[in-house]
Structure formats: structure tokens, C-alpha cells
Write a protein that binds this ligand. Structure first.
Ligand code: SAH
Length: 397
């Protein structure tokens, strides 16, 4: 604790950036790449630093990483101290948006990193439990203050960390998970739009759930009918919503752990028109297509196929194949919900992929809704990377 206090009271080291780096800040982006550093001066791993141009004019303050290609993540353009009060104010600003856009949600993203001007910090709320991820050296160092702020503001039952994510390796940080404060809890039961879900906060994917799809799961309800398929169903997020409106729903996922929870979620809600299958969705869809299976509602919510730019071509082929198979199997009047969470594949790309798939499948398709991530995952206008989720709702004529 003393070390943290000490670092807050010391004058911040200065890092000099190139003209291109300055232009990036002026363009509203919050990342500065290592190639745009001129002189890192005394900056150490995870320091809050002052950024300056070659003439020593200040450009703001940032978190410095000694390892990542993203060397600086801008916190503020001004000179105010980056201390606990600063962080508390940013978290309060984030929280006030959630009161507006997620007031009826028990599980939501309280802080969405860059989208809330708290780069590399994720805070997800599941009822009275909070799960955090600190994904850079700088944010990781601020963990004690973040825990303290959450305790003061929300009196949570438990605060956990899910820092068992591969991106931390780029920062030279270890993968770790566990309780940071309060009770040792790993499972919570939370309501989402009238359905009950169990989240495994320590063992589940991400921080336990895919909160970014919350609004889309609800949005799909009015179109859901007949025989439904939820591909990449995880713990049944879409499937349970579909089950309320469809005759039958089949959820498919390759993760047995996810399907165990999906079954529990089904029982918890007393739903009987659901089935689950452990399979690779590519194999399943191929076989179902060959068997001339027909459906009325299909959800495709695959994991990110293009985490890096170099994977875009392969991702394009993956999305194309999934959408092609799904479109071929839909009855007239059927709906396809086609998602992508790769930010390297834009909405325009997704529309082009589905258009190609529709032409190949000889189907006429209308775009009923073009959606994105839930509003508790804000898109920072000048940081395109914060717009990552695409969710197209399409109707086959
Ligand atoms: N729709 C879900 C989230 C899906 S996340 C929700 O709303 O909660 C993506 C899921 O795809 C994960 O559960 C993962 O286990 C699964 N998955 C990844 N690759 C797969 C594959 N090739 N076939 C089937 N499932 C896969």
C-alpha cells in the first residue's frame, strides 16, 4: 500500500512522443504505439507518466507499459493528479450510464475499459459480486485502489479477479484468478430479462458470462418462432430466450462445462422444450445441411475468428461458411441472427459476407436490424477498436 501511495505522490516521469504520436492523441485515440516513443526517460513498468511532444509541451497522462507494443494508454489530456479520487470519479461516471441503460439488469458491465476512459480495466457486476480484469501493467498496479473504490461505492459481497487471460502475457503479467475481497464465491444466480441464470465466475469463460449480448438476447425474442437452433450457445443465453417463443430449441457448443450450466439454467427456469448437443458447430451445420434439416430461427454467435488482422481472411471464410449453411436451412419467413465479435471484421464486412452467403444459398434476405454490443459496453467514437460486436438480424423471404 505504501508503495502505491508513494508512487502517487512522486512527480510522474515524462515520456516524449513523436509527431505521429501527438497526432494520434489529437485524433482522439488513446493508444500510442512503441514505434511513436522518442524517449521513455525514467518511466518504469506500469507507471502513470506525463506525455510530452519533442518541445516538451504536455499532451496528457497515460499508463506506461515496458513490454507491450501499445506503450501508452491515455488516461487524461490534463494535468490533474491520477489518484484514487480520479479513479473513483471515472468509475462513478461509468456507473451513472449503467443506471440509465442497465437499470433493470442484475448482471452488467460496470466499466468497459477504453469505452469508459479507464483503459484495460474491466469491471463486471453479477448481482452483489464484482469481477475485475486489469489487463496492463499500469492498471494491474492500481488494483488495490480499484478494490477500495468498489468496496466504498457498492459494499459488494465479493470482489474477484479473472486475470487468467492470455493478453496479460503481452504485458509480462502472470495469469491469475481468485477472490480479492469479501466472501469466496464462485457461483451466482442472477436474473436476466425474466430468466434465471447461474454464472460460474471463477471457472466460466470471460468473467463468467457474455454480458455484451444481453440486449441482443432480448431483441431476438419477437422474431423467434418454430424450430430453433442456437449455435455456439455457451450456457444457453440465447437458447433460453428462444425457448420462451419457439416450439423447440437445440443449443450447440463444443464446451462440456458450458453445456452443464446450460442444462442447469434450463431446469432453473422449468423449460422443457430445449435440447443440448456437444459438437463443433461447423461439423454440426454441415451434417444438418446435408440431411436437409429445416429451422425457423437460427442464432450464430461464434467466438472471435480474427483476433489479429492477419486472420481476417480465414475469419471471412469461417463466417461465410456458417452463414451459408444457416441460410440454406431456414424456412421462408425464418430469421437468422448472425453475430461477430471480431473488431477486425467490420459491420460492412459482415453485411458483405452474408450477402455472398445469401447469393450462394439462392436465398433472398432482408436486414431487419443491425445491432451492436449492449450499451453498457460503450463505443468510444474516436477509438474504432471499442466497436467490436456486430449482430445482424436477417429474414429469409
Ligand atoms: N451466445 C452465448 C455466447 C457465445 S460465446 C451467450 O449469449 O452467452 C462462444 C461460444 O462458442 C463459447 O461457449 C465456446 O465454447 C463456443 N465455441 C467455440 N468454438 C466452437 C466450435 N467450433 N463449435 C462449437 N462451439 C464453439
Amino acid at each position: 500500500m505504501l508503495a502505491v501511495w508513494y508512487s502517487f505522490t512522486m512527480p510522474s516521469p515524462a515520456v516524449t512522443i513523436s509527431q505521429r504520436g501527438v497526432e494520434r492523441v489529437l485524433s482522439g485515440h488513446v493508444w500510442i504505439y512503441r514505434a511513436d516513443l522518442v524517449d521513455a526517460g525514467e518511466a518504469g513498468a506500469g507507471d502513470v507518466v506525463r506525455i510530452q511532444d519533442r518541445r516538451r509541451h504536455s499532451c496528457g497522462q497515460a499508463l506506461y507499459s515496458s513490454r507491450s507494443q501499445i506503450a501508452l494508454r491515455l488516461l487524461t489530456r490534463d494535468e490533474r493528479p491520477v489518484d484514487t479520487a480520479f479513479l473513483a470519479e471515472r468509475i462513478a461516471t461509468a456507473s451513472s450510464l449503467r443506471r440509465q441503460v442497465a437499470s433493470d439488469a442484475q448482471a452488467y458491465r460496470l466499466v468497459s475499459a477504453e469505452g469508459d476512459l479507464l483503459p484495460s480495466l474491466i469491471i463486471d457486476r453479477y448481482g452483489t459480486c464484482f469481477v475485475i480484469q486489469t489487463l496492463t501493467q499500469g492498471m494491474d498496479r492500481l488494483k488495490p485502489q480499484i478494490v477500495e473504490i468498489l468496496q466504498q461505492a457498492f459494499s459488494p459481497r465479493s470482489i474477484l479477479e479473472r486475470n487468467d487471460v492470455a493478453v496479460r502475457a503481452l504485458e509480462g503479467l502472470p495469469e491469475q484468478k481468485g477472490t480479492l475481497a469479501g466472501d469466496n464465491i464462485n457461483e451466482v444466480e442472477v436474473e436476466e430479462s425474466g430468466l434465471r441464470f447461474v454464472f460460474d465466475l471463477l471457472g466460466g469463460q470471460k468473467t463468467g458470462g457474455y454480458l455484451d449480448q444481453r440486449e441482443n438476447r432480448l431483441a431476438v425474442r419477437p422474431y423467434s418462432h418454430g424450430r430453433a437452433l442456437d449455435c455456439f450457445c455457451y450456457t444457453g443465453g440465447f437458447a433460453l430466450h428462444l425457448a420462451r417463443h419457439c416450439d423447440s430449441v437445440l443449443g450447440i457448443d463444443s464446451s462440456p462445462e458450458a453445456l452443464l450450466l446450460a442444462r442447469r439454467n434450463q431446469q432453473l427456469n422449468g423449460l422443457t422444450n430445449l435440447d443440448w448437443k456437444e459438437a463443433n458447430c461447423f461439423d454440426f451445420l454441415k451434417a444438418a445441411d446435408l440431411q436437409k434439416q429445416r429451422y425457423d430461427t437460427i442464432v450464430l454467435d461464434p467466438p472471435a475468428f480474427a483476433r489479429q488482422k492477419s486472420k481476417v481472411e480465414a475469419a471471412w471464410r469461417g463466417y461465410k461458411e456458417l452463414n451459408l449453411r444457416a441460410l440454406k436451412m431456414l424456412n421462408p419467413g425464418g430469421f437468422l441472427v448472425s453475430c461477430s465479435c471480431s473488431h477486425h471484421v467490420s459491420e460492412a464486412d459482415m453485411l458483405a459476407i452474408v450477402a455472398e452467403a445469401a447469393l450462394d444459398a439462392h436465398r433472398t434476405v432482408t436486414v431487419v436490424e443491425r445491432r451492436t454490443q449492449a450499451r453498457d459496453h460503450p463505443i468510444l467514437l474516436t477509438v474504432p477498436e471499442t466497436h467490436y460486436l456486430k449482430c445482424l438480424i436477417l429474414r429469409v423471404l
